[in-house]
Write a protein that binds this ligand. Structure first.
Ligand code: GZL
Length: 381
């Protein structure tokens, strides 16, 4: 019934649009057949009609969402980036645990395998299914306005998690992290740590995340800003696509091209760091608090913190994957007709062993570091 209602409303809307643009006959015919004052009246009427159709679609959707579907479940479509990292696994599990049938949800989950075209297709399939809400973790930050307009026309609220959408604001809320702050924190920590250790010159190699992902854009931007501030040299930056294989391949190339020329490696997630460590092991390059290379990572997944404790990664900058409980809060607000905040930032921590815990600030705000202990590792995602 709901699909028929929405289709009828859409058809009316099309008729209204046709009248507005003079389509359904040549533009010239629409322009010459009616004197100006009649045309203006027709246009006004069409605009009014189109607006009322969209409003009606929204009312149908709100009624349906409030009632849930036949089983009282709230239908949620989730277009996930993929399965490229430990972080991603935790993010997926968080959503599947929260949006369970026991909690009153029917979750349609699509693993988009890092394929942007597949992700747009998944969102359109959710529109076809006429879900109540759509969750998107955008693989890349652009190319979204058209499909978000389609969601808006179907009166389906969109909640963005984790990475950001930078070319459209046609979504209800975003829940995620400040990636630029993460990059700045890594840079400011490195400066404080280098000063403590008497490292006078920083020659860094960066293994970045998926090109165009807001996590990559933000971490690169933030670290570069601090590198410029203190005169770090960034010898190279290549993408490891947030994967272990990608991190290893890039690091193998770096070990050949920059042998003996670098003393810092920045990996934009733990899985890249795992790959980089394999490559440096194979090249006989030492890393960690007692090695020749300071290894910095992001995400702070359990395995990453284990490598901090094992004195391999010197500092790990967390990105919290457990967004689902906050997304559910947004959905519950919408169910009650309330307006959620447009942005919800996740809490994050900066991890190291005691010797690498130093005082530093980001944009003038003093930062706290967390010591990696067995208990901290046990509690991590
Ligand atoms: C960051 C997230 C990134 C992680 C990677 O919020 O999008 O994608 O840092 C993951 O581990 O692949």
């Amino acid at each position: 019934m709901k699909r028929n209602v929405i289709s009828m409303l859409a058809a009316t809307s099309m008729v209204a649009t046709l009248a507005l643009t003079g389509c359904g006959g040549s533009k010239e015919a629409a322009t010459t057949a009616a004197p100006a004052e009649t045309k203006a009246a027709e246009t006004t009427a069409a605009v009014t009609e189109a607006a009322s159709v969209t409003e009606a679609a929204k009312e149908v959707k709100e009624t349906e969402a409030a009632a849930g579907n036949a089983g009282g479940l709230i239908n949620v479509g989730f277009a996930q980036v993929g399965h490229e990292s430990d972080w991603r696994t935790a993010s997926t599990k968080s959503c599947q645990d929260v949006f369970s049938e026991a909690n009153g949800y029917n979750l349609s989950f699509v693993d988009c395998d890092n394929d942007s075209a597949a992700q747009l297709e998944a969102v359109r399939s959710f529109i076809e299914q006429d879900v109540d809400y759509i969750i998107i973790d955008p693989i890349v930050s652009t190319g979204w306005d058209t499909v978000l307009t389609e969601c808006e026309d179907a009166a389906i609220p969109v909640i963005v998690i984790d990475r950001t959408i930078d070319d459209s604001d046609k979504y209800t809320a975003w829940v995620g992290s400040d990636f630029t702050k993460e990059g700045k924190a890594a840079g400011e920590w490195l400066k404080a740590y280098a000063d403590k250790k008497g490292i006078s010159e920083i020659n860094a190699l960066v293994i970045s995340g998926t090109t165009g992902a807001s996590a990559q854009l933000g971490r690169s931007k933030g670290f570069q800003e601090i590198a410029d501030k203190y005169g770090f040299k960034i010898l190279d930056e290549q993408t490891g696509d947030f994967t272990e294989d990608g991190g290893q391949q890039v690091m193998e190339s770096y070990c050949k091209s920059y042998a003996g020329k670098f003393n810092v490696v920045v990996c934009q997630n733990d899985n890249e760091a795992f790959g980089a460590m394999t490559a440096m092991d194979n090249a006989g390059i030492s890393y960690g608090p007692n090695g020749d290379v300071v290894l910095i990572s992001f995400d702070s997944c359990t395995a990453g913190l284990e490598d901090v404790k094992a004195e391999k990664i010197t500092a790990d900058f967390e990105c919290n994957p457990l967004a689902a409980p906050f997304v559910e809060q947004v959905i519950q607000q919408l169910q009650k007709g309330e307006t959620p905040d447009k942005e919800v930032y996740m809490e994050e921590h900066w991890f190291a062993l005691p010797d690498a815990i130093v005082d530093f600030s980001v944009d003038g705000e003093a930062q706290t570091m967390t010591e990696v202990t067995d208990a901290v590792i046990e509690a991590q995602y």
